[in-house]
Design a protein around this ligand. Structure first.
Ligand SMILES: *Cc1c(COP(=O)(O)O)cnc(C)c1O
Length: 358
């Protein structure tokens, strides 16, 4: 069986070696030695100055919205994983959707201003599949209208834009270290900001608001990652180079062999150093997609319809029609992409696709 992805697992001895440290310390959570080391190593690897590692990639979005969203209207993208919208509703804010760019698939910055009202407090946009939003235009609009910018950068581990980590853009940006993501800790995530006051707020918010054992800076929740998850991160991180180069080989194969007379691929924004996180293909229509999907499934190959449905159509979101996002969502599929996917299997996938898109 070939799935859309397969978690990278380091040699188990290397994971055990890290876990042994937690045993030796008899310390399993509350920001122990492994979590602190993981944060330092990630800062170095990503060339960033601040990080708070968390227990998943959703809680940092909730914390950022709690701090910056003020229960107002949040301008957001309809084309993302459901978490981008559900956190807005969960935090008693209102999602206001703005349609996406048909090629970059990120929020269409030229349509943002028309959606701003006096209830708008923030923009929550996704760098979808690791492809950056138009961060300069969004920053300009946010400054002009005094809005906060939060980026769901769940897919963006290691991506740089104009030679800076993509995590450096926006007031807060967040990442996911879920098992299906490029770099993972089983479950995990992180939040990033360059503002030292905000960094302080993010930090205490993820630890019940604690200021030492007996006093509190303010309201908080439990977003802490455990030593056991950090152990996985420390064991995976040394393999990033291999992970990236192996994934690039798969992508190069698809690029060279798929029939692009009938398929559209993701357009990566200029000045981006991308991370090979997903391989979406866009069909001419949903019927074609369903035919190819069925053919692949019949051969035990399981791509995923990322992202479907368009989030404005989910009942609790109360979104208005988003024609581009709805059209793309109905026609897009992510192909299998993981380290160790061999050429034999790639050939089968490509042949099945090319022979069935007519
Ligand atoms: C994976 C993902 C999330 C959620 O991250 P978790 O670590 O699973 O909580 C949020 N947004 C996007 C775009 C994602 O792909």
């Amino acid at each position: 069986m070939i799935n859309v992805t397969k978690s990278f697992l380091p040699p188990i001895e290397e994971y055990n070696k890290q876990v042994q440290r937690a045993w030796d310390n008899q310390w399993l959570t509350n920001r122990g030695e492994l979590v602190l080391e993981l944060e330092e190593k990630l800062k170095h690897y990503l060339k960033i100055s601040n990080i708070v590692v968390t227990t998943n990639g959703t809680i940092p979005l909730q914390i950022a919205l709690k701090l910056l969203g003020e229960q107002g209207d949040i301008i957001t993208t309809p084309f993302s994983y459901v978490a981008t919208t559900s956190v807005i509703v969960w935090e008693h804010c209102t999602p206001i959707f703005v349609d996406i760019h048909p090629e970059y698939l990120t929020i269409d910055e030229t349509k943002i201003e028309a959606a701003i009202t006096d209830r708008t407090t923030a923009i929550l946009a996704t760098h979808v599949f690791g492809n950056p939003c138009h961060v300069e235009a969004i920053e300009f609009i946010a400054k002009k209208h005094k809005l906060k910018v939060i980026y769901d950068a769940a897919h963006c581990f290691g991506v740089t834009y104009k030679n800076k980590s993509l995590f450096d853009y926006g007031d807060v940006s967040t990442c996911s270290f879920h098992a299906t993501k490029l770099f993972h800790t089983g479950e995990g995530g992180a939040m990033f900001t360059n503002d030292s006051d905000l960094q302080h707020q993010l930090f205490y918010s993820h630890n019940f608001g604690h200021n030492g054992p007996l006093t509190f800076h303010g309201l908080g929740i439990n977003g802490k990652i455990s030593e056991l998850q950090a152990a996985m991160g420390l064991a995976v991180l040394p393999y990033m180079k291999t992970i990236l180069s192996d994934r690039k080989k798969v992508i190069d194969y698809y690029d060279a062999n798929l029939d692009f007379s009938k398929l559209q691929s993701l357009k990566i924004r200029e000045n981006t150093n991308w991370n090979y996180s997903y391989y979406p293909v866009i069909f001419e229509n949903e019927k074609q997609l369903l035919k190819v999907e069925k053919e692949l499934n019949d051969h035990q190959i399981f791509p995923r319809r990322y992202f479907y449905p368009s989030l404005n159509t989910i009942d609790y979101a109360n979104g208005v029609a988003m024609p581009i996002s709805e059209s793309i969502a109905s026609r897009i599929m992510c192909l299998p992409l993981y380290i160790g996917l061999c050429e034999n299997n790639l050939d089968r996938i490509v042949t099945l696709i090319n022979n069935n898109i007519c």
